[in-house]
Design a protein around this ligand. Structure first.
Ligand SMILES: Nc1ncnc2c1ncn2[C@@H]1O[C@H](COP(=O)(O)OP(=O)(O)O)[C@@H](O)[C@H]1O
Ligand SMILES: [Mg+2]
Length: 438
């Protein structure tokens, strides 16, 4: 992408309404624009990152055996009357009537709808286990939308739903999602800690929230320090035997405020390992058994008669993750994207636009890196060098390739790493070779 042809409406000033750094930086870099309280338009830079996060989530869900579909945003009120949640959900639910006065709602979540799909399509226990997911916009009329995409009213969620014949099988499904989540957040460059959590309006009795520690987090959390740096399980796991991963992570104390037991915390965790901090909830998983399948009659034929299926649901706050990643990774100059989700892999900075040699070298680098499959942003405007550096630091591109007349005279260019700030002068071809590698 050439910056001169891209749409990157950077703000000069820090927006006054933003209270936390991620919100500030997302507005300043023109990633999002507020259209109404808690409702955002995703401008190209933000949309690129959102898509990259989605892709990682999709890949890891597929690896864990979950199958993607897409359910609509609008749902019938009657469906929610079956589970009893139409009344329970209260004012957070956006209720709508169509032209025939039929009551509808903008989905805040999809347990009812997936249960309806399941009961209408799956007949036999032999078709289980089944795990289905989608990535779809949700609406919750939050009383206090704030912090930008962190607590929006319209937000993008990945929600998965598992169906099993009994509790033992459902726990295996739970462990699969538990493991997949550790891998997802690790690929996003985040240290997420699973913590025992309250089940809230979803219901049920087994639940974990995946929490990123950050001072700006909305929840108070308590955990053993060793959980924070535990490496993710990775792909080389036996997806049918994950009990040890679950046990390994849950043996040490970790709980959100609602589930916190201070006496246990103090007794179980050595004093120098007690972390009492604030956290951002980026994922939440639930096992809730027959809570929806029973009232909604989601049953399959078993070897000895009908079985009411055991279900779980598993959410990831896809749009919230942009904010969470920025909270975890930024400095004075702006965002520091992990390479896995950066909007661009490399920014080419032409220090003297209009200079024949500089322009030619930049064009050559632009083409070569694109052919190597890199996502490149070529800063090709005639702004001064300082402004170009500041803009690329601000939007957080992991690598800058700096091309200027002095260096070029000796066949040299500079590589700058955004995260470390390290600058390296190298021969032009070596620079290209290094940046061509993913
Ligand atoms: N208002 C919101 N704005 C952005 N993301 C949200 C919002 N509400 C929930 N999420 C994300 O969706 C995930 C699943 O939601 P869930 O646990 O059902 O909601 P809640 O924790 O609000 O009860 C959460 O872990 C969070 O990452
Ligand atoms: Mg939650």
């Amino acid at each position: 992408m050439r910056l001169s042809r891209f749409f990157l409406p950077l703000l000069k000033e820090n927006p006054a309404e933003a209270q936390i750094v991620s919100h500030r930086l997302m507005l300043r870099t023109g990633m999002i624009r507020q259209e109404a309280a808690g409702i955002y338009a995703w401008l190209p830079l933000g949309f690129k990152v959102l898509k990259k996060i989605e892709k990682i989530v999709e890949e890891e869900m597929a690896r864990a055996g979950s199958i993607q579909l897409l359910m609509p945003t609008l749902q019938l009120a009657d469906l929610w009357r079956e589970s009893g949640r139409y009344e329970d959900y209260g004012q957070e639910m956006l209720r709508i009537k169509d032209r025939h006065e039929r009551e509808m709602l903008y989905g805040p979540t999809n347990e009812e709808m997936i249960t309806e799909i399941f009961r209408g399509t799956v007949r036999s226990y032999k078709d289980l286990p089944l795990n289905l997911f989608h990535i779809q916009w949700k609406f919750r009329d939050e009383q206090r939308p704030r912090f930008g995409v962190m607590r929006g009213r319209e937000f993008l969620m990945k929600d998965a739903y598992s169906f099993d014949v009994d509790e033992a099988a459902a726990r295996k499904s739970y462990n699969r999602m538990f493991t997949a989540y550790l891998n997802i957040f690790s690929r996003l460059g985040l240290k997420a800690v699973p913590m025992r959590a309250d089940t809230g309006p979803i219901g049920g009795d087994l639940s974990h929230e995946f929490i990123i520690l950050a001072d700006t987090g909305e929840s108070a959390v308590f955990c053993h320090e060793d959980l924070i740096n535990m490496p993710a399980p990775g792909n080389d796991v036996d997806w049918d035997n994950l009990e040890h991963i679950f046990e390994g992570r849950t043996a040490l104390y970790a709980a959100t405020e609602e589930m916190h037991d201070d006496a246990r915390f103090k007794a179980e965790v050595p004093e120098d390992k007690q972390v009492s901090a604030r956290g951002i909830e980026v994922g939440h998983i639930f096992y809730f058994g027959e809570k929806y399948s029973k009232p909604m009659k989601a049953v399959v034929n078993g070897p000895d008669g009908e079985i009411t299926v055991h279900m779980g649901s598993y959410g990831v706050g896809v749009s919230r993750l942009l904010g969470a990643i920025i909270e975890a990774s930024h400095d004075e100059a702006g965002i520091i994207w992990p390479e896995s989700v950066a909007p661009f892999d490399v920014a080419i900075i032409n220090l003297r636009q209009g200079d024949e040699a500089c322009d030619a070298a930049c064009e050559k680098a632009y083409k070569a890196l694109q052919s190597a499959g890199r996502d490149v942003l070529y800063h090709d405007t005639d702004e001064r060098a300082g402004a170009k550096f500041a803009a690329m630091d601000l939007i957080g591109v992991p690598w800058q390739l700096i091309i200027g007349p002095k260096g070029l005279a000796d066949g040299q260019v500079e590589l700058k790493n955004r995260a470390t700030g390290e600058r390296l002068t190298v021969p032009f071809e070596d620079g290209l070779a290094q940046l061509s590698k993913a």
